[in-house]
Ligand binder design. Structure first.
Ligand SMILES: Nc1nc2c(ncn2[C@@H]2O[C@H](COP(=O)(O)OP(=O)(O)OP(=O)(O)O)[C@@H](O)[C@H]2O)c(=O)[nH]1
Ligand SMILES: [Mg+2]
Length: 242
């Protein structure tokens, strides 16, 4: 990726797997909401050609890039590559968000403002006052809420929405993370990053968000993601890392 000559303020990382129907519209909305941001799509060889869509956009949008990942697929692995690139390219602020419009592009400036007010990491939170989830079936609500409460009980992590994927990290926070030692994915990845930062003494603030069901495309949630998260919280509690 060549972002050498550009401003180094803010990088938005968007992991994608089969998000062809969402990605162009999301990038368009982000360009309106945060025009100064660079956008890096982290694609895992989506069979639907998501990366090709982004590549076509690159011609007209110089702040947009796609990283075509190879090898083992995974949300966590994609984010770790994104974190490394963000550090290497000197960005001060790294925003993480889903491609499916569950995370509102208009809220990015608010999350970033909170970081600039002194937090090391900011979590877009569904589970603090003012936060909400729209259009999720009861089983998804219970699973997500249950995971949040369970994580807190087992690990002590004082974050109300530990599995959330709409997060902002300062350069300092990313520099502190032992990126080579983190290898979880899905919900577990979100928990592991927040837990590690908390243990390192970082200030993690939460800002309420309204989370909506994905606009288009299919969920990649599967039972293995939940099992992995359950295993991880107990490992964190015992202080064991792989
Ligand atoms: N690079 C990469 N991205 C992924 C992978 N799995 C999921 N994603 C992306 O990660 C984000 C979150 O995945 P979702 O499928 O929306 O998971 P979710 O939000 O828990 O579930 P739903 O909202 O119900 O669909 C989306 O932008 C996905 O495209 C993967 O293996 N690799
Ligand atoms: Mg989603």
């Amino acid at each position: 990726m060549n972002v050498q000559s550009k401003s180094r303020q803010m990088l938005i990382l968007i992991p994608t797997y089969n998000e062809r129907e969402n990605i162009a519209a999301l990038i368009g909305e982000l360009a309106g909401a945060v025009p100064e941001a660079e956008i890096l799509v982290l694609d895992d060889g989506s069979p639907d050609g998501t990366a090709d869509v982004v590549e076509e956009l690159e011609a007209e949008r110089p702040r947009v890039r796609v990283l075509r990942r190879e090898g083992v697929r995974g949300l966590g692995r994609a984010y770790l590559d994104g974190f490394r690139l963000s550090l290497a390219d000197g960005f001060d602020v790294t925003v993480c968000m889903d491609a499916d419009f569950s995370h509102d592009p208009e809220v990015v400036p608010q999350l970033v403002k909170c970081l600039q007010d002194g937090a090391d990491a900011v979590v877009g939170s569904r589970y603090i006052s003012g936060g909400r989830i729209l259009n999720w079936p009861l089983n998804r609500l219970l699973l997500s809420r249950g995971a949040a409460v369970y994580t807190r009980l087992v690990t002590g992590l004082p974050v109300r929405d530990p599995t959330g994927g709409f997060n902002v990290y300062s350069r300092r926070a990313l520099e502190m993370l032992p990126l080579d030692r983190i290898d979880s994915d899905g919900y577990a990845f979100q928990i592991e990053i927040k837990y590690t930062l908390w243990k390192l003494g970082c200030r993690i603030d939460e800002v309420p968000i309204v989370f909506t069901e994905r606009r288009e495309g299919r969920s990649k949630l599967h039972r293995g993601i939940v099992g992995e998260a359950i295993g991880l919280v107990w490992r964190l509690r015992r202080g064991v890392r792989r």
